[in-house]
Design a protein around this ligand. Structure first.
Ligand code: APR
Ligand code: PHB
Length: 384
């Protein structure tokens, strides 16, 4: 269920293991290909994409980054990710570009992928014969299956079809959100810049040598109409600019939007013959750039467990799926929350909190151990 990164990666892993699948997606092909979302791939995610034969354009157009900058007290401070992690790095590549590539790979297999499915529902996943029903291509469709993979994102039907008493939800809301833009402007720095500023967090990122992606901390209910282009650029330059005169290049704004921030985990990730993966089971604030990468590690485990089942009939790996994923997910929750708390300015927070954040940042930049901890989490903890 779902043709996001989780569903598409899983289906290709299954295909390579000789396992049939049907992908059911409720949005249109154009919508999923054009929707601008995350953009940072961990080394392990890139390796997985290459292993399944979907990495050709990623290797050509993806931007490998060996470091990031943290800006505070008017200066940019570089963290050398590669030097601190034995050469590991991240790659900047838009999630929508990845989805476009994965749809191409899926379509080349000739296996089914339904877009614009409506009235989607899942049934009998607590039995040996689950099924999925939906409307698509003008007909009522019913798929009888061995397993359902709930890769249908945070708002999907799979998690919501599980009886609430069988789910434990862990949740945290944040008193801020991100106002994000995409701009036709060459990035003025080769690497990302995460900024703590007394006016609020800001982030400098990119999508290509000619497109910059930028974010400003804002209120959860921020009205984008109150942010004409000039106001956005002024605020970005104030929060990101440094005393040496560095600031982002300006250019036409191609897109504006508010991204909410939330931490959420639903446990367990298996319910009979239905398995949740990716955003369907967990989300976290985008500060650590972990969402897309966790979706990849979830489905890597799920594909291995399903392949094991079809090889031997044994359910050991299926039984271990939820616990194995959750161990990595909670470490990513911890890291995302830590990055978020270090860099954001919570409304109403006091002077003590500001001094604590500065001390945290000064300690980080002054300690190789602390920088290594950030670096190994940022490039991605081991997937196994
Ligand atoms: N039926 C079928 N498909 C559905 C349904 C439904 N009822 N509800 C949602 N979907 C689709 C969505 O349209 C979307 O294309 O499921 C897909 C889920 O994809 P994502 O939301 O991208 O989630 P996931 O694949 O887990 O990707 C991980 O990490 O970077 C973060 O949040 C970002 O999307 C990213 C995620
Ligand atoms: C992005 O480029 O979309 C991006 C980068 C880093 C983050 C979050 C989002 O932490």
């Amino acid at each position: 269920m779902g043709a996001g990164p989780a569903g598409l990666l899983l289906s290709q892993l299954l295909h390579l293991a000789g396992i049939d699948s049907v992908i059911v997606e409720n949005r249109s092909r154009e919508y999923v290909i054009e929707r601008v979302r995350a953009g940072i791939l961990e080394q392990g995610t890139v390796d997985l994409i290459r292993e399944i034969g979907a990495g050709e354009r990623l290797m050509r157009e993806g931007l490998p980054h060996e470091g990031i900058h943290i800006r505070f007290d008017g200066m940019r401070h570089r963290i050398d990710l590669a030097a601190l992690t034995g050469g590991r790095h991240i790659t900047v590549y838009g999630q929508n570009e990845l989805v476009r590539d994965l749809i191409g790979v899926r379509e080349a297999t000739g296996r089914p992928l339904f877009f614009e499915a409506s009235d989607v529902s899942v049934h009998d996943f607590d039995s040996a014969r689950p099924s999925i029903r939906f409307q698509a291509e003008g007909e009522e469709q019913r798929i009888a299956c061995d397993f359902i993979a709930g890769c249908d994102g945070f708002h999907g039907v799979c998690r919501q079809s599980i009886p609430p008493a069988d789910l434990r939800i862990y949740e945290r809301d944040f008193p801020y959100a991100w106002l994000g833009i995409l701009a036709q402007a060459a990035p003025s720095c080769d690497e990302l810049v995460y900024s703590r500023h007394e006016r609020g967090f800001a982030l400098f990122s990119m999508r290509s040598p000619s497109v910059t992606r930028l974010f400003l901390q804002c209120a959860p209910d921020e009205d984008v109409d109150q942010w004409p282009d000039d106001r956005i650029w002024e605020e970005l330059c104030t929060r990101l600019g440094t005393t040496d005169g560095w600031r982002p290049n300006r250019g036409p704004i191609l897109l504006k939007g508010v991204t909410g921030m939330r931490s959420f985990v639903a446990e367990p990730m298996r319910h009979g013959r239905m398995f949740l993966a990716g955003d369907a089971a967990h989300i976290m604030p985008p500060t650590g750039a972990k969402g897309l990468n966790l979706a990849a590690s979830d489905v890597r485990n799920l594909a291995a467990a399903l392949a094991g089942y079809y090889r031997s009939g044994g359910e050991t790996l299926l039984d271990e799926y939820s616990g194995k994923c959750l161990s990595r997910i909670w470490k990513a929750q911890r890291f995302s929350l830590w990055m978020t708390a270090m860099l954001h300015n919570a409304p109403g927070s006091d002077a003590y909190e500001g001094r604590r954040q500065t001390a945290e940042l000064e300690y980080l930049m002054g300690s190789k151990a602390a920088m290594t901890s950030l670096a190994e989490n940022y490039v991605g903890l081991p997937m196994d």
